[in-house]
Design a protein around this ligand. Structure first.
Ligand SMILES: [Zn+2]
Length: 400
């Protein structure tokens, strides 16, 4: 290797600092930058903290219903118009019968694939859902999480920023508010829920105008199989773009332009070590993973949406980059992906990272607020900056 003279090394270091400037500098008085600056770490953390007051917010419990009420009250306090609820029934499916799943013959040449289609590599650590209350050492939290789920009616809440010139078209920004595992569901998915609520707050400010509408949705029953998001699609897909009443200029269900889901936003500490443990620190290479699904019907539009968010991250996110991948899976956007271009934002790729044990707190009693550092919270904030900026650009957001 060639030795680099000291003076040149200093010049190169200065040049690499310059290279950290945004790829496409925003114009002066840029409204998108002004909107992004209305997000802040303390507000984001405070909203997550508020959600953790309801424990794991497991679907079908009083603590889950109280969390829905609390979210609704916050959305109203932000001035988000038309806070509404989806009502549906949830019944636990009967346990699978028929013995052990079929064993496929082992093919030594087969390339292993993760859920969503990616190829898992490297060290894999154990994953699963904790169902043991005694693994929660905090007695108060254990008591809060004790009521079991009961089948029956479910509700989930959403509100809408109505577009000034195209109120008949909208982007849907979502996150699931339910959790499980005997913790506080702080990361899965207080982190995504708070992100969506923070965006609702910023876009609902009376001095913000957008051409197109934006809906902020907090799904229930994700952990049981995306049931809340599926109920929304079933009940509302057919209502898209219909003016009601005719001539009113009102569109109860604007036509869907894209769906952007947020699920587990904060923890990117890298691959497990050979002994299965994880680094206690956010890795410096941490990123926001934007995923679309290659097999989805609207893959072309989903790709475009993913890269629009990626570009928004390059210009507006303060600390962490974004990466785009083709294996979106196991979250509410799956329920939308064959109806509208859909993407998810996460701390890791769901199939090959999360599924390989990159987050030891996933569905565990340690998924509590106090587990996470400001470096973790800041990754979630950067995802919020990414979606806020991307959607602001897509809807032509501006200040009055
Ligand atoms: Zn989740």
């Amino acid at each position: 290797m060639k030795r680099i003279p000291m003076a040149l090394a200093i010049l190169m270091a200065a040049a690499s600092l310059d290279a950290q400037q945004p790829a496409a500098p925003a114009p002066a008085n840029d409204p998108v930058r002004a909107l992004v600056s209305r997000l802040d770490l303390e507000k984001y953390k405070a909203t997550i903290k508020g959600l953790t007051a309801f424990g794991d917010r497991r679907q079908g419990t009083t603590r889950n219903r109280q969390a829905v009420d609390w979210i609704e009250a916050q959305l109203k306090s932000y001035g988000c118009a038309n806070v509404e609820r989806i009502v549906y029934e949830y019944k636990t499916p009967p346990p699978r019968t028929g013995g052990a799943p079929q064993q496929r013959p082992a093919d030594p040449n087969a390339i292993p694939t993760a859920q969503g289609g990616g190829r898992p590599r490297g060290v894999r650590a154990r994953t699963g859902v904790n169902n043991d209350p005694m693994k929660q050492p905090d007695e108060k939290l254990r008591a809060l999480n004790t009521e079991p789920a009961t089948d029956g009616e479910r509700q989930e809440v959403y509100c809408t920023k109505v577009g000034a010139t195209h109120p008949d078209e909208m982007y849907i920004i979502g996150a699931h508010m339910d959790g499980h595992g005997w913790g506080e569901a702080a990361n899965d998915n207080g982190s995504g829920t708070a992100l969506v609520m923070e965006l609702a707050r910023v876009f609902s400010s009376p001095d913000v105008v957008t051409d197109r509408s934006i809906r902020f949705a907090l799904w229930n029953n994700e952990e049981t199989g995306l049931n809340g998001a599926r109920a929304y699609v079933e009940q509302r897909a057919a209502l898209q773009g219909k003016e009601d009443p005719p001539g009113s200029g009102r569109y109860p269900e604007p036509r869907w332009l894209g769906m952007i889901q947020h699920d587990m936003m904060m923890f990117d500490h890298g691959m497990p070590r050979a002994d299965g443990t994880l680094s206690p620190e956010q890795r410096p290479e941490a990123d926001v993973n934007i995923e679309f699904q290659l097999t989805s019907k609207f893959v072309a539009g989903a790709k475009e949406l993913a890269w629009a968010l990626h570009a928004a991250n390059e210009t507006y996110a303060t600390d962490y980059p974004a990466n785009v991948g083709p294996h979106m899976t196991n979250t509410d956007s799956t329920a939308f992906m064959d109806v509208v271009p859909s993407v998810s934002l996460r701390e890791n790729e769901r199939g090959i990272h999360t599924g390989n044990g990159w987050n030891p707190h996933w569905h565990q009693p340690t998924d509590v607020f106090s587990t996470f550092s400001d470096k973790d919270f800041r990754l979630g904030l950067n995802a919020a900056q990414t979606t806020l900026a991307g959607v602001a650009q897509l809807t032509n957001a501006r200040l009055k």
